[in-house]
Write a new protein. Structure first.
Length: 193
């Protein structure tokens, strides 16, 4: 029964999410963490970080990690099929129909109207991740002392610097991910020793 629930949950998310993988993240989080309590929020955020670091599509990577955490490889099959099947069918339908009607004013208006919603769906998980990482102060963490404020500023500068390196200096994201992994391991090692 759980396999069917996994498939159905990701099928619904895959069917009604516009804007790709990043737009799926808040819906996946709400379903698997808040509604069904299959995994904890911290575990989900860790999976999300891994899904972003791994090669491939973020929606499929997230489905893989969530499915594996809940029910191993069989869970992976259920979640990935649920997440991919709607997109596959919709793309086939669009390829068959959209090319004929893409220049209609109504279709153009719908596409322009969807864009702000997609941006909001992408920004929502980024904000939650920033709060979880301590970049943005919350009510329970005021950050009154100077050390916390500097730490938050440093944490905020890392993604900004990474984005600027990719955008302006044409640095490959692979190098940034590799540098981040090596830095995190080195910092952890230094703290332990």
């Amino acid at each position: 029964m759980l396999y069917l629930q996994l498939f159905w949950t990701f099928l619904k998310i895959g069917t009604f999410t516009l804007g790709g993988g990043y737009a799926m993240i808040p819906l996946v989080e709400r379903e698997v963490v808040d509604t069904r309590h299959w995994i904890s929020r911290e575990e989900f955020l860790n999976m999300l970080a891994l899904a972003q670091s791994a090669p491939g599509i973020i929606a499929v990577n997230t489905a893989i990690f969530v499915g594996y955490a809940i029910r191993g490889w069989r869970g992976v099959v259920c979640t990935v099929l649920g997440a991919v099947l709607p997109s596959f069918c919709i793309i086939l339908l669009i390829a068959a129909v959209f090319t004929r009607y893409k220049d209609l004013p109504a279709v153009e208006a719908v596409m322009k109207g969807v864009r702000p919603a997609v941006v909001a769906l992408i920004v929502a998980p980024l904000y939650k991740m920033a709060v979880s990482a301590g970049m943005i102060p919350t009510k329970d963490k005021t950050g009154a002392d100077g050390k916390r404020q500097w730490w938050r500023l440093l944490l905020l500068l890392i993604p900004v610097a990474a984005a600027l390196l990719v955008w302006l200096c044409d640095v490959s994201p692979v190098w940034i991910i590799a540098l981040t992994i090596v830095s995190a391991v080195a910092i952890r090692y230094a703290r332990q020793h």
